[in-house]
Design a protein around this ligand. Structure first.
Ligand SMILES: O=P(O)(O)O[C@H]1O[C@H](CO)[C@@H](O)[C@H]1O
Ligand SMILES: O=c1cc[nH]c(=O)[nH]1
Length: 256
């Protein structure tokens, strides 16, 4: 008797092609998966592997996948690669970022581009290759941002590998580790800084997928003041809604 071949599962995220949508939300913190699941209907959960968790649910009949990668560019693009190989065509990273250039804690910051200060994007494209968001995806996100009340801005991000060595000083010693970040903010008018956006924009484009990144401003890079937990919880709910509403847009779903 011949066996029916089993549908292939992605190596690390463990999902099969039939278990993912055309559009995916890429999340850092795995704790956000259970919380975004509350904003979706008919949620299917793929078992957690290496801390990586993927779910697929629906909003108004449109399927949407959400995957958590943890922290940092190398693992973020592993998750993107596997989802892309399973057929995902549009990616939106959502999460938190340092934000400058007139943005306040709790604001939304949308990347239109990003300075490549991480190393992962070098494995996809040479240094002169730009990290830019998909303009059509950003136009959809901007339309939804304009219809809600939270302040927002769009502009250039920068992404760094070293959280404590490049972005966030420990309170005591090691003065000066953030000099490059502070100089980048001043010189290039950065709107946001995180650890993954530039790598995802480059990898996404090289893989033929629409990609963008929308974050909540949670840390002031100059004072290192942080958004408090209650305000973050409210901002996170708004972020989930913008992401889900944007990715269920007919323009993106029509790419099927
Ligand atoms: O809130 P998330 O999406 O995890 O993003 C940010 O938080 C982590 C560091 O604080 C990094 O992953 C950074 O990019
Ligand atoms: O300080 C911060 C806050 C969010 N994301 C980062 O990468 N750094």
């Amino acid at each position: 008797m011949t066996k029916t071949p089993e549908e292939k599962r992605a190596w690390y995220i463990g999902a099969k092609e039939s278990q993912v949508a055309d559009v995916a939300i890429l999340i850092g913190d795995p704790g956000r998966i259970d919380r975004i699941a509350l904003h979706l209907d008919d949620v299917e959960r793929i078992p957690v592997n290496r801390g990586l968790q993927t779910i697929t649910g629906t909003r108004n009949g449109c399927r949407i996948t959400a995957s958590a990668f943890g922290m940092g560019a190398p693992i973020a693009v592993v998750v993107m690669e596997e989802l892309r190989a399973l057929g995902v065509r549009s990616f939106l990273r959502i999460g938190t970022a340092m934000a400058a250039s007139g943005r306040s804690l709790g604001d939304f910051v949308l990347a239109d581009s990003a300075l490549r200060r991480e190393g992962t994007s070098d494995s996809y494209a040479p240094p002169g290759y730009p990290a830019v968001s998909d303009p059509e995806l950003n136009a959809i996100i901007l339309k939804h941002l304009a219809q809600q009340e939270r302040p927002y801005g769009a502009g250039m991000f920068a992404s760094y590998d070293g959280f404590y060595s490049q972005m966030f000083d420990l309170p005591s010693s090691r003065g000066g580790v953030r000099d490059a970040l502070l100089s980048d903010i001043e010189k290039f008018g950065l709107i946001g800084a995180d650890m993954e956006t530039s790598a995802l924009l480059v990898a996404g484009r090289m893989l033929g997928a629409r990609t963008s990144s929308l974050c909540v401003a949670t840390v002031d890079p100059i004072t290192q003041k942080k958004l408090d937990i209650e305000d973050m919880a409210a901002a996170e709910k708004d972020l989930f809604e913008i992401a889900i509403e944007s990715l269920s847009s007919s323009t993106l779903q029509e790419t099927r």
